[in-house]
Write a new protein. Sequence first.
Length: 364
Amino acid sequence: MYADYSNGLVNLSCSVLKRFGARYSHETLPCVDEWMKKGYKNIVVVLLDGMGCDALEFHLKQDGFFKAHDRCHISSVFPPTTTAATTTMESGLTPVEHGWLGWSLYFSEIHKIVNAFTNQDQYKRIPAEDYHVASRYIPYTNVYEKINRAGIGHGYSVSHFGTHKIETLDEMCDEVVRLCGQAGEKYIYAYWEEPDSTMHDTGCHSEKVTEQLQYLEEKIAMMSEQLNDTLLMVTADHGHIDLSHYILTDYPEMMEMLRLPISVEARASAFYVKKEFLLEFEERFNRNFGKDFLLFSAEEMLEKQIFGDGVPHKKFRELSGDYLAVGISDKGFAYSENLPMFRSNHAGMTEQEMMVPLIVVERP
């Protein structure tokens, strides 16, 4: 399943920008535009990491708060993963435009594969540099700056790394309520890391995930009751799928072809191929992994616009590799058996990973 860049997170972000008179470069979501025309003082988006449509359907009761307010289902971006999707939400750009394609990215400036958020060297597990690598080499203007410049309202982010930093879910909810109580029109984006963390550890359909989602539902419902003159939207960055892994070091005929370790994601893996093997890489790959992965060449990634439309970032070609292997079943790649492997993951092209809910609560 390809990402839908006419009915997805990028369009939600652009609807927010449109509401506050800021510049945007993609289609908006008509349904969201209509809700925003009602003139609510506060526009709030709460993004719960990993809470895809499948999780909502599997774990929560039909008459619960989330399902009762689930208005429609929208698409994540490709790859459906936190780095790409939350950057889209915070920029109004597609992944091909902003360049934050996945968890680990290769930067030729330092010849390292770096975790885009944590700034760790992906394979040495130490700080990559004494500055934040991704922020330096693939910077972007966030939606809060765009909204503030437009002058109609103010933009805020509430998260571990936001303009308003929090440590617990209770703190996040309290800060959203506090900001909504202040004078003036505003956009508030709040991010929380669950149920994603629990799904990675226990699998996407475990009892612990059910408990976590019920807890989140209860907390967000309580928060919503304290809001006035607010349009609250709850969504996610991606869904999840349980998986097992191919260990690349078990395939010496593939390893000899690579000039770098793999990067981006376990289910959307960038392969950097030595020049002398470029003509035969595709045949070898498909012979070993073709039933579980789609393989896109550098040219096909752009032709098929899998990372979205718009002007490609100047570093896109380097960041996305010579080939990209995308999961279509329940498999992922690990470079070696010594690296962490999750029980459940995302970033592939299944509906379970791609579709997220848009839960809408209107508080006059």
